[in-house]
Design a protein around this ligand. Sequence first.
Ligand code: GLY
Ligand code: MN
Ligand code: MN
Length: 534
Amino acid sequence: MKKITLILAFFGAMLWSYSGMSQSYFDDGLGKDFHKGRRDALRQQMPANSAAIFFSNPVRNRSNDVDYIYHQDPDFFYLTGLREPNSVLLIFSEPQMIDGKSVDEVIFVQPRDPNAEMWNGIRLGVDGAKDILGFEHAYLNAEFAGFPFDYTKLDKLMTLGFATDARDSNSKADLVDLIKQFKENAQFPEGFTDQSLKLYELIRTTDQESSANVATVVGRYIRMYPELAEDQLLLEYQKTSTPSEREAIKSKVPKINFDLSSLALVMNSLREVKTTEELKMLRKAISISAVGQVEVMKAMKPGMNEREIQGIHEFVYKRYDAEDIGYPSIVGAGHNGCILHYIDNNKRSFGSELVLMDLGAQYRGYTADVTRTIPSKGKFSAEQKAIYEIVLKAQDEAMAAIKAGLPFGEINKISQRVINEGLVELGIIKRGQRHRYFPHGTSHYLGLDVHDRGNYGPLKENMVITVEPGIYIPEGSDCDPKWWGIAVRIEDDVLITKDGCENLSGLAPRTVKDIEAMMAKKSILEDWVLPKLD
Ligand code: GLY
Ligand code: MN
Ligand code: MN
């Protein structure tokens, strides 16, 4: 009897304790007003008589009964703050009368479940969705199928697409079921896929002049998604050779109210410019990551391995209470630095190579993306320094040009020019020679995603972007072997201002002199001696 009372008390306490604790919600994270404000901003960009439908991310299985740590879809998180799966968000452009209530947005969430919560942690449930997330209209996900709303009366049903990698469980309201229920209730056209719908819409809205390009796109999609070749209309369109042939096919394309293209552009335009609340999170994530770089500069010593270096960065993140890393950490010594997304980090001990470290803490959902390249023994060799100085100059010149209004593509042009000139001067390439020593772009947006959403138009105030030129000379390259195995990337995260930019990761030294001076400092870790193991 006593035992039963205890168990009931335990479940009771869990059921009602979500507001005081949680593994997923933070008292210093984004507040419900932020998310509500973003939903309102989205609504303002929606066409009349439309709805936007968002689904939470699938739970992804690692192996057997272990799942990967759940990561919410960033768009869903941006608009709701919810960090749980099996949920749907509906936003209407204008309020709809549903069940006698005026509704302009509604969320469907998982039910509270003492057993599931005992194993996996607290769920918000409907009450939490109202109290903590601030939704006026919140329901259980099991009620989504019977939600009394006629989607077919809307002119546009905007979605980002439907996950195809979700696992069906015993529940009748998991993501697989929620997607199926929505497609049935909203009459998703029979025989269509996300891709074919997008292409039909593209064909329907193109003019004669652009129709040849659209035919090329259709061909490309058919090669990428072979099932599209079963669609006779797309197949015919791809084979057309004259505008009039394409017009004839276009006239047969029905108007469908599903729109799988425009919502991504709207989300890009919202998320590319950061609000004050977001900038607070980003500044924190970036400062933490810069401190990680500083601590590693002090701790680096001969005999270290890549994984240990990764551990120091990530330990610093945790000391600052960052909940995660924003992307898999990259620590590459020597030639490994030439592998742009090298994440094995398993080289044991290295000599006098450069070590390229590209890591970012995730703080309350927002990620940093900071790279420093340092000499493992604390001093750059002549060759390492020569390459480093070119990359630094490319970064300095790009940063000097950055300000609101600059076309996004200009940043890359500047860095590419400086790097090409530098490589010519060192005799590594000939003037005008095409090469692969700087094979990536110089900048991307940063936010909830490391490669965040954005439309890549002219820069605007309060965007946060990376500036990350690099030179990578793999072993065996067509140049003097003295350059082989040198890989340098310098990556900072900058806030765009009216007249320039602010380097948010400037806490981590960037110049040769400053890096060498930092590496000469003593690290607290020198006194941390662990026992020898067999
Ligand atoms: N860390 C990935 C990137 O720099 O884009
Ligand atoms: Mn990076
Ligand atoms: Mn980056």
